[in-house]
Ligand binder design. Structure first.
Ligand SMILES: Cc1ncc(C[n+]2csc(CCOP(=O)(O)OP(=O)(O)O)c2C)c(N)n1
Ligand code: SF4
Ligand SMILES: [Mg+2]
Length: 317
C-alpha cells in the first residue's frame, strides 16, 4: 500500500484517478527543443511546454522583453519550433492585434495568435494595450505568466508582487502593498473566456488552452509560474511550490465562460473536500518571505480566505 511517508495510507478519490488517466491524452510532440536559456526549475518553461502542446503548429506567439524572450532566443538559434514576434514591452497586445488583422486580411482563419507576457508586461506596462484589445474583443489568446516580479532584469517589484515579499527594489521592509487583483480587472471586460492555470497541474492547463483555441474573441489565461532564483527555493521544488499555491487557496484554478464561474482540477477537489492548507506551508518554503511580519501573514491569510469564500458562493450560484 502507498503511504504518505508518515505511515498513513494515501487516499485517492475517483477524481484524482481520473486526473492521472487524462495525462495520456496530452499531445506527445515537443515544440520546445532540447536546451533553452531558462534557469533550471523555471515554472515558465514547464508551463510553456504544455501550452505549445495544446496550441500545436498553427500558432504565432507575440513576446515582449521578459524571461520568455530569453527562453526563445533569436533566429536561427531559437529554442522553439513555433514562429514568434518580439514586440516592445508596452505593446504586446497591440502587436498581437496587428498580427490578427494581418491574418484576417490574408483570409487565414486557422492560425491561433498567442500574446504571452510576464506580470510586469501585463499588470503594469502592458495593461493599456491589453485592455484596449480586450474591449475590442480581439480574436486572440492573451496569457500572463506570473512570476510576481520583473525577473529578467533582476527581481524588481511589480504590481503582481505579493505583500510581504522581498525584491531588489523592496529589500528592507518588504513590499507593503497587496497584489493587484488583475483577474477582477480582466473579468470586468466580459470577455468570452478567462481561466487560471498552474504548471503543477498540466492536464488542467492543457485542457484550458485546447478549449481557448476553439473559442473566438479575447481569451485571457493567467499562469502561476514559480521562479527558483526570484522566490528563493531549491530548483527541484517548483512543482511542490506551485501545488502548495493551489492547495492553500492562494492560487485558485477556475474558468469563467460567458460570465459563468466554475472551479476546475485540484481547486474543485479542494472545494468539494471543504478544506485548504494553511498559507504558512507555502510562505515558509520561500526566501522572499523571510522578512514577512506576522501581521502581513495574517492579512494575506485573511484575504485568501475571503477570496476562497467568494469563489465558493459563486460556484454554488
Ligand atoms: C520600455 C522598457 N522598459 C524596461 C525594459 C527592461 N526590461 C526588459 S525585461 C524586463 C522585465 C520584465 O518583467 P516581466 O514582464 O514580469 O517578465 P519576466 O522578466 O518576469 O519574465 C524589463 C524591466 C524594456 N525592455 N523596455
Ligand atoms: S529568472 Fe525565474 S522566470 Fe526567469 S528564466 Fe529564471 S526561473 Fe524562469
Ligand atoms: Mg515577471
Amino acid at each position: 500500500m502507498k503511504t504518505t511517508g508518515k505511515g498513513q495510507p494515501v487516499t485517492r478519490t475517483s477524481q484524482d484517478k481520473k486526473m492521472h488517466e487524462n495525462i495520456f491524452k496530452i499531445n506527445d510532440k515537443e515544440y520546445i527543443l532540447p536546451g533553452s536559456r531558462a534557469c533550471q526549475g523555471c515554472g515558465l518553461s514547464l508551463a510553456y511546454r504544455y501550452i505549445l502542446k495544446a496550441l500545436r503548429e498553427n500558432t504565432i506567439v507575440a513576446i515582449p522583453p521578459s524571461c520568455l524572450c530569453v527562453l526563445h532566443g533569436l533566429y536561427p538559434t531559437t529554442s522553439t519550433i513555433i514562429p514568434a514576434l518580439n514586440t516592445t514591452f508596452a505593446s504586446n497586445a497591440a502587436s498581437a492585434s496587428g498580427i490578427v488583422a494581418g491574418l484576417n486580411a490574408l483570409n487565414k482563419t486557422d492560425i491561433t495568435v498567442l500574446a504571452l507576457s510576464g506580470d510586469g508586461g501585463t499588470y503594469d506596462i502592458g495593461i493599456q494595450s491589453l485592455s484596449g484589445a480586450a474591449e475590442r474583443n480581439t480574436d486572440f489568446i492573451f496569457a500572463c505568466y506570473d512570476n510576481e516580479a520583473y525577473m529578467n532584469t533582476g527581481t524588481q517589484r511589480s504590481g503582481a508582487t505579493p505583500m510581504g515579499a522581498i525584491t531588489t527594489t523592496t529589500p528592507v521592509l518588504t513590499k507593503q502593498e497587496p497584489k493587484k487583483d488583475f483577474l477582477k480587472i480582466m473579468e470586468a471586460h466580459h470577455i468570452p473566456y478567462l481561466a487560471t492555470v498552474s504548471p503543477a497541474y498540466p492536464v488542467d492547463l492543457y485542457d484550458k488552452f485546447v478549449k481557448a483555441k476553439r473559442i473566438r474573441g479575447t481569451r485571457y489565461i493567467h499562469i502561476d509560474t514559480p521562479c527558483p532564483p526570484g522566490w528563493g527555493y531549491p530548483t527541484k521544488d517548483t512543482v511542490k511550490i506551485a501545488r502548495l499555491a493551489v492547495e492553500t487557496g492562494l492560487f485558485i484554478l477556475f474558468e469563467i465562460e460567458n460570465d459563468r464561474f466554475r472551479f476546475t482540477g485540484r481547486s474543485k477537489i479542494m472545494a468539494e473536500r471543504g478544506k485548504l492548507l494553511p498559507l504558512v506551508n507555502y510562505v515558509e518554503r520561500q526566501e522572499r518571505f523571510k522578512k514577512m511580519s506576522i501581521e502581513q501573514l495574517s492579512g494575506l491569510q485573511a484575504s485568501v480566505n475571503s477570496r476562497w469564500n467568494e469563489c465558493l458562493k459563486r460556484a454554488e450560484g
